[in-house]
Design a binder for this molecule. Structure first.
Ligand code: FAD
Length: 504
């Protein structure tokens, strides 16, 4: 891929996506994702991230010098060794996240975070095998030094949940190895939903769900470029293409990062890109024994922190727009929404402050990260419901599209009916269209599903919380009170006091 002399720019990224990848939408193959109406604005939003880091005003704090090739790359690739470095890294990441209001779940910092965490546990890969560890380390260096935008697919297609992967009707429904030779392995089958894959440089493949003995063919991890022969990417419906205009769908037009099924049609993967091979426990260890799972989900909560701030802004402006802002009950509701947004922020700061050493690196506090996942997975849909409650029918009583403003008769009626104590009719419509895109449109609805499931269903995240909580401290607190008294002592004391009463 092309790079400027010092740091990756938006133009570099756009150019790198014109690589002959096989993306399909609406029954057709896409010639060029950078110009296709289903994807072009999302691609521009991704490019804007790189332009931001390349801006001379930001380059120093948004990027750092790679230790291997001296080029400046995004700070998300930095491996913190202290609390201070972790905070410095987060500040750069939050600046990126603000550019999309947290609406791009798999912006490049997500996968970079996962790889940073995995690289911290390179010894775990060493235990799996020297060659696989070398492959991972080299890949990490390559991805960082080229400031790659990566996506990942780590979950198998849902199919029939009552059966294990190996017992589905087609043994290669889930991506598995069909063959190996001196050059590498051949992979066939599918992985679920590569978010942002249409505009990523490469896809990182792994298996996060538990596998049983006998399912070694699915126990894989590797990375390939998005234009690898045989890789077919089936996009979901594009909300960007379905949007009427930026005025009508200001978020969907710009931040529809896309989600796509990935099909590996006998894709050849060279050994130097294979990180885990036929080892079911290593698939777990790759994320859970390294700091990979911690770092990728710490990034996800950081992103949510920004999105919650955005949604609090929507809530506030909704009440100003319809004149309810200072009603006591609404003020209290806003106070609650602000408190919930602040809780997410506090959880992120807590993960950092409570973090500790992992080898020579500094990692966030594990259980606080899982606690945040469990709580925010439930919080998000309720939060959206609360915002809709604030809005009433205002989100629906809107012109069908921006074109209504061009019709003099309609425009006069809009002016008369879209009254607000805070703004002119056109501004009211403009804001309410944005609010609908954040909390009600098909784009918004996909976001609810994303926040509920990107880290696994609730039984998965609650399981992580149960697995990592400090139960001993909790138990000891209770036990300490229980240990203060024994049945025999209490009875003896009671007898004493009765006797004393009788004597008196
Ligand atoms: C918008 C979006 C984007 C995504 N992006 C990515 C991505 O970029 N990369 C990626 O790898 N994945 C991605 N995913 C996939 C995501 O990780 C999965 O959706 C998630 O792990 C849940 O798996 P599932 O969809 O198979 O649902 P399931 O696990 O099948 O859950 C569906 C329902 O069935 C219940 N259920 C199923 N099995 C059990 C069980 N054994 N015990 C109890 N309850 C059960 C669940 O509780 C839940 O209510 C994305 C998903 C969404 C929605």
């Amino acid at each position: 891929m092309m790079m400027t002399a010092t740091v990756k720019t938006g133009a570099d990224h756009i150019e790198s996506l014109r690589d002959g990848r096989h993306i399909f939408i609406d029954g057709e193959r896409v010639d060029d994702v950078t110009t296709h109406p289903a994807f072009r604005n999302a691609v521009q939003s991704a490019a804007a991230l790189y332009d931001y880091q390349a801006d001379p005003k930001h380059i120093e704090w948004m990027t750092f010098e790679s230790p291997t090739n001296g080029k400046r790359v995004n700070r998300t690739w930095f491996m913190p060794t202290s609390y201070e470095e972790m905070v410095q890294r987060r500040e750069a990441m939050v600046a990126w996240l603000r550019l999309h209001g947290g609406f791009m779940g798999r912006s490049p910092d997500h996968l970079a975070s996962s790889l940073v965490g995995q690289a911290m546990g390179i010894d775990i890969f060493e235990r799996h095998g020297k060659a696989r560890a070398r492959a991972f380390q080299d890949y990490f260096t390559y991805a960082r030094d080229h400031d790659l935008f990566l996506t990942y697919v780590i979950i198998n297609p849902q199919a029939d949940r009552s059966k294990p992967w190996g017992e589905q009707d087609d043994a290669f429904l889930a991506a598995g190895v069909v063959d190996e030779d001196a050059e590498g392995i051949t992979v066939r089958g599918a992985k679920m939903l590569g978010t942002s894959s249409i505009m990523a440089n490469e896809v990182f493949v792994a298996n996060l769900q538990p596998l049983r003995p006998g399912e070694e063919r699915y126990a894989l991890s590797f990375a390939i470029p998005m234009n690898a022969p045989g890789l077919k990417v089936l996009s979901r419906k594009s909300f960007e293409a379905a949007a009427v205009s930026e005025y009508d769908n200001p978020l969907a037009t710009r931040f529809d990062e896309n989600d796509a099924l990935m099909y590996f049609d006998d894709v050849k993967v060279p050994w130097e890109r294979v990180f885990v091979y036929r080892d079911t426990d290593m698939c777990r260890a790759q994320f859970h024994d390294t700091a990979g799972h911690m770092y990728q989900n710490y990034q996800a909560q950081m992103r949510l922190l920004v999105k919650m701030q955005f949604l609090v802004g929507v809530a506030l402006m909704l009440t100003e727009t319809i004149g309810t802002r200072h009603m006591p009950v609404i003020d209290q509701e806003l106070g609650k929404l602000a408190a919930q947004a602040a809780m997410v922020e506090g959880m992120v700061y807590g993960m950092e402050a409570g973090g500790g050493a992992y080898g020579k690196y500094y990692v966030p506090k594990k259980h606080l990260m899982y606690a945040a996942q469990v709580l925010t997975q439930e919080l998000y849909p309720n939060y959206i419901k609360a915002l809709r409650e604030l809005a009433g029918g205002s989100l629906i009583m809107l012109p069908s599209s921006v074109r209504d403003f061009n019709h003099p008769e309609l425009s006069a009626i809009i002016d008369k009916t879209q009254q607000s104590p805070a703004m002119a009719p056109e501004s009211r419509v403009k804001f309410l269209k944005l609010a609908w895109d954040a909390i009600g449109s098909e784009f918004a609805s996909r976001h609810v599903q994303y926040e509920m499931f990107y880290a696994g269903a609730q039984f998965v995240t609650k399981g992580h919380s149960a697995r990592t909580y400090d139960w001993d401290t909790a138990r000891h607190l209770v036990q300490a009170v229980l240990d203060r008294y024994q049945l025999d002592d209490v009875i003896r004391d009671l007898d004493h006091s009765r006797r004393a009463e009788r004597i008196a």
